[in-house]
Design a protein around this ligand. Sequence first.
Ligand code: AHR
Length: 628
Amino acid sequence: MNKKTIYVLGILGITTISLLACFVYIQSGESARSDAKTKIEYVIGVSQPNLHEPWQVLMNEELRNEVMKHNNIRVIYTDAAQSTDQQVEDIETLQKYGIDLLIVSVEDSSALTPVISKLYKDIPVIVLGRGVEGYNYTLYIGSDHYFIGSMAAESAIKLLGDKGGDIIEIQGLANALQAEERSKGFRETIQKERNIQITEHLVANWQRDKAEDELTRLLKQKDNPPELIYAHNDAMALGAYRAIESLQYDGVKIIGSDGVNKPKGGLQLVKEGTIDTTFITPTGGKQAVQYALDILEKNAEIPKKIILRNHEVTTNNYEQYINEEEKIVDSPTNDGQVVLGFAQVGSESQWRAAHTTSIVTAAEEAGVQLILKNANNNQTKQIEIIRSFIEQDVDIIAFSPKVEHGWEEVLQEAKDAGIPVILSDREIKVNDPSLWASFIGSDFVEEGRRAARWLVNDMETSDEEVQIIELEGTQNSAPAVDRKQGFKEVIQDFPNYKIIESLPGDFTLNKGKKMMEQALQSYGQEIDVVYAHNDDMAMGAIEAIENYGLKPGTDIKIISIDATIKAFKALSTGKLNFTVECNPLLGPQIMQAAKDLKEGKEIPMKIITSEETFTQEEAKKEMKKRSY
Ligand code: AHR
């Protein structure tokens, strides 16, 4: 990087000339500016879609405040002033200047996805605040936009009450992932209500004035205003308010999103009663700079997604929200060692053994007092363990939920006792998302898609019809439900791929073997492929296939999930064909989250781990590195 020091100075010399087309700002950390000899080790490019929206301005401020703290980085900011073409050009220009890493926030995800995918082959890319399609980036930091949309719908249902009513939705941008997801989350949740209808849908490009104009035009054509307006951001919610006010309509409820705490920002609008509800949508600017350094310095395991938590703020809970925020800033609590109660689900797989070891080791290393109990794959027992932790008044509870449903009661008890809960590796389905503080684990749906993508794209097959046996994990558990869904999503577009039977293998070798014996008895040589939701069941299937007199990996192809050492060995001997990684080494992140929670810090709602896939060839190379 020494060459970079000189190079950066070169960049600084030519920046104003070459980047005239876009708006550029160059910043170094505080001490780098005061000490001419300080070495700039890394140059980071920041590509902003605009610095016009209050939320985007706040993101930039947060980025800049954090950059000030690091004296070894220099940051080149570009502002595309709401032009997608300009943003594409900005990114290409930044790359030509030799940036080490790009932080990019996108407005138009469909146009920017290919550009980011291409750049990601050369340098790390952090996608900030608004996502792009697929997984071709290093890290995404931001909200779950589907979740924001569905929370907005819940809020609308509360505001409209029993009478229900009509809603006009004002979407951010057409074909932009974040806007589409907010819309989907909103619509799918509203659909369940019989007396509420979304009657009109406008697109106002996230802009206040466009929202005001479009809504005014629409309302002038209508006899009556709607009962409620849902705008995808606060700026458009303010535009909607202005339209309603100038047409002198009363009582129309307005929901926005962003919650910026600045004049004309969502929080202020709620405080004044201009709009009814906003959703605090953290920009992630600070975390982006911190993770950028971790990526560049290679000093930490980098997750794939950091999903930040959103809060609903209404005219009713505004004061309470502000007071709680102030409490967090003013009085972080850190009194002594963290006591963590971990309710492990069971010992069903090699993956689970690695997961348990990771938790024990990480607790020792982090100085966390760990109380570890095993529920032996029994939900009632797992609930009892959680209750015992509540009675012991531990600081934090973490658990790997056996199944998705049935946790409300015990988690409400934990919440009432003031004990935050971390979900490890498996998500749950509860109506109130405040019942858990954070989820740390994988994207199981994507794992299922990856398994299927390899099957349809890369596996050589002579048959026209490909008959698949699916070995499912624990019924109603998140990994079993999601891996099934992801796999199905991909193969449904290929009619010659057929799941002829799905059998419950409980994530264990023995049950996997038993189910495979049953499948072989029913279908024998008609089976082309086994898709096992984990490696242990695949190992069981391999034994059953060999006992039946066929060659696993050749006569019947086998795909599994987890990528444990056993799978690597089976891949290298040709008995397994493909495995999708699921990372069990979650201990360090769980300990960090437990410590942060004890200090009263807000932590990400979800931390999704970064994972790979392995073919037989790749497994041979990677096998030595595998620790579990
Ligand atoms: O929740 C993660 C899953 O649980 C693993 O993929 C499986 O092997 C385990 O038992």
